[in-house]
Design a protein around this ligand. Structure first.
Ligand code: F3S
Length: 280
């Protein structure tokens, strides 16, 4: 009998699962929209389109009899304001961990602190966080940017992080800023979900003959999972859906591990799991 281990942390994190469930619960309602794609998974977005849930990128695209779901990344205050102005029904699925960052940034900036966000300035989550600051705000993601950062030495500096930022890099950038002698308040707002998924993937990959990593080609967190697993298990395969699964890869082995990136729906993980078991 062969062993198949599916990572408990495979696929959606708590915040994304909650947001996706929220959208499916609203399906069937009149004029339901998501503000941006709910997750980076084309099949899910297409499925929702078929169920009548469309993606918008601005409040101008809708009328007042609409329901708009805000995804787990959250949005800026301006976006809420524009939706309120339209008088639409807002269903807020922002992850509570992201809401906590909005609150910190709003309060600290209102008290006069300068805000430094460690993260990718083009990521929607970071754009949303920036939009809650009432004072000078800087976004950095490299040592160079941290070194070049010049702040007002008379005012406090509040540092927060994008939830999915790498912890070691966060520490490194904080250290660089700390050496500049500002009065800083550092709040590590990194979420554990990504790290937990990586730690579990590494642990499973180190004990199986074949490891399967499921996720979109362009998903950077899935690519990272693949690299981590590949280091532990040389028979690691990256597949996007069940169609990419070749039964022969698990044919004669004794144990198989399965994990998946953050935007991989459970259904795909289960399909692959079932097929691995059947093909044994
Ligand atoms: Fe997911 Fe929320 Fe963490 S969306 S990665 S649980 S911050």
């Amino acid at each position: 009998m062969k062993e198949v281990i599916v990572a408990k942390s495979a696929g959606f994190c708590f915040g994304v699962q909650r947001a996706v469930d929220t959208v499916y619960n609203q399906c069937g309602g009149k004029n339901v929209f998501t503000y941006g794609p709910i997750i980076h998974n084309e099949e899910v977005v297409k499925d929702l389109e078929n169920k009548g849930v469309h993606v918008i990128n601005s409040a101008d695209e809708i009328n007042d009899d609409s329901t708009v779901i805000i995804r787990s990344h959250g949005v800026s205050k301006d976006v809420y304001d524009s939706l309120h102005e339209k008088n639409v029904n807002i269903v807020d699925a922002t992850c509570p961990f992201v809401l906590k960052i909005h609150k910190i940034v709003k309060e600290e900036s209102a008290n006069g602190s300068q805000i430094v966000i460690i993260g990718n300035e083009n990521h929607p989550e970071v754009e949303g966080i920036m939009g809650w600051s009432l004072s000078d705000t800087y976004v950095i993601d490299t040592s160079e940017k941290a070194q070049n950062l010049v702040l007002d030495s008379q005012r406090r500096v509040c540092i927060v992080s994008q939830t999915t930022f790498n912890y070691n890099k966060f520490q490194l950038l904080v250290e660089i800023i700390s050496k500049k002698g500002y009065d800083i308040l550092v709040l590590n707002t990194i979420c554990n979900a990504t790290q937990e998924r990586q730690v579990e993937a590494r642990q499973i990959a180190s004990q199986v003959d074949v490891m399967i990593v499921i996720g979109g080609r362009n998903s950077s967190n899935t690519q990272k999972l693949y690299e981590i697993c590949r280091r532990e298990c040389k028979h690691t395969y990256y597949i996007q859906t069940l169609e990419d699964f070749k039964p022969e890869i698990t044919g004669t082995v004794r144990s198989v591990g399965i994990t998946a990136g953050a935007s991989t729906p459970n259904q795909i993980i289960e399909e692959v799991h079932t097929n691995v078991r059947i093909k044994f």
